[in-house]
Design a protein around this ligand. Structure first.
Ligand code: PLP
Length: 406
């Protein structure tokens, strides 16, 4: 990949209302017009640079949207009040009653529940497939299919979508490829690999401070405008609007994203490699043992690494819970869902973020009960973290001295 998202972000320039280096925050829900005609035109969507009402757009949200479009290399981006606000708006914009979606089966639990349960109300069906099996993806496409949906790096199993290949397939059937890139900002630029729409939960790495929920839809100007349409736009009409104050704080946090991603990746790779040497069952896209290691390597921007998420299977839910409690007691991180924080976060997805997925289906997709998902933090001394984590596992008998010395 030669697209340098961090350069595009670096090259953005801001002059606040009074020359401030940060853009001024728009603190209004509604905007005045000097002429009634301009107000009418703005309703029709015809006046660039005019603001109408803050559910439609705000200067602060546009600034953040501009930075996120630069991140993904898309023409435009609309920010939303949460990642789910972005995902649901995109689905409703693309699908009508009786339509059909082909989706990866390893996706965020909330997205899975929305497709599987909520969309029933609209008779929209979803075929959940193994996204790494292109024949299965193709076989699931029907004349009613309106989109192919996946995560670039999947939650929580860290499957890697071959975005170029999926995009080729999507184009063959004239379908939009929608990619949730929450796990791999900067590392993967799905829009540059052929995805039509890129979604993020900004809640995670991009904001990076676990102080808000937020989301974004990145795509063509036409698609982003259609979401804002006052008559038919799912973004505008479902009302998942980001507040301007929050947009401004996320924009400021985004400026360190490239530095944070490198450190998250460096730390995660260090732990993954060492835990593998210790004989533990680790999944991390940067390990040669990962089934899609090569695909990840081919589509990633090397310098940001393989990302900050790894999983460890400790065999049983009891062991997973005991380990997480002990690690929290040793201040190695927090027993908490979510990701992208400066501290390590860990949770057992089977009983938390993926609990929406029925047990039989969890088993089928390889989501075992003893699986712990780690979002590795920005620890300066990762070797010290490694030693302390290992001691926790020795104490609980997950690791045994005898095996270590082999
Ligand atoms: C958290 C998450 C979401 C949902 O985002 P919210 O901001 O919580 O609404 C969607 N996709 C992925 C991959 C996530 O991790």
């Amino acid at each position: 990949m030669d697209y340098k998202a961090s350069d595009s972000i670096q090259d953005l320039q801001y002059f606040g209302e009074f020359g401030g280096v940060n853009p001024s925050i728009s603190d209004s829900s509604t905007y005045t017009f000097l002429s009634a005609k301009t107000m009418f035109d703005t309703f029709e969507g015809n006046t660039e640079g005019c603001y109408l009402y803050s559910r439609h757009s705000t200067p602060s949200n546009l600034y953040l949207g501009e930075a996120l479009a630069a991140l993904e290399g898309t023409e435009a981006a609309n920010v939303t009040a949460s990642g789910m606000g972005a995902i649901t708006a995109v689905i409703f914009q693309l699908c009508d009653t009786d339509d059909h979606i082909v989706s990866s089966r390893t996706i965020y639990g909330g997205t899975y529940a929305f497709m599987k349960n909520f969309l029933k109300k609209f008779k929209i069906g979803t075929s959940f497939v193994d996204i790494t099996n292109l024949e299965a993806v193709e076989a699931a496409i029907t004349p009613k299919t309106k989109m192919i949906y996946c995560e670039a790096v999947s939650n929580p199993l860290l499957e890697i979508a071959d975005i170029k290949a999926l995009s080729k397939l999507a184009k063959k059937y004239n379908l939009p490829l929608v990619v949730d890139n929450t796990f791999s900002p900067l590392s993967i630029a799905p829009g540059k690999l052929g995805a039509d729409i890129v979604i993020h939960s900004l809640t995670k790495f991009i904001n990076g401070s676990s102080d808000c929920v937020a989301g974004v839809v990145c795509g063509t100007s036409d698609f982003c405008l259609s979401l804002k349409d006052v008559n038919n736009g799912a973004g505008m009409l479902l009302g998942s609007t980001m507040d301007s104050l929050r947009a401004s704080s996320i924009l400021k946090n985004m400026r360190t994203l490239h530095i944070r991603m490198k450190k998250h990746s460096e730390n995660a790779l260090y732990l993954a490699e060492n835990f593998v040497k210790d004989g533990l069952r680790v999944v991390y896209p940067g390990l040669k043992s990962h089934p899609s290691y090569q695909i990840m390597k081919d589509q990633m921007t090397e310098e940001y690494g393989f990302g900050g998420i790894m999983t460890l299977d400790v065999g049983s839910l009891d062991q997973a819970n005991a380990l997480m409690e002990l690690m929290q007691a040793k201040n190695l991180g927090y027993l908490a869902v979510s990701l992208g924080f400066y501290k390590t976060l860990f949770s057992a997805p089977g009983t938390s973020t993926s609990s929406e997925i029925p047990m039989e289906e969890q088993v089928e997709m390889g989501l075992s009960n003893g699986l712990i998902r780690f979002s590795i933090g920005l620890d300066n001394d990762i070797h010290r973290t490694y030693k302390t984590m290992k001691n926790c596992m020795l104490e609980l008998g997950i690791l045994k001295e005898a095996e270590l010395s082999k």
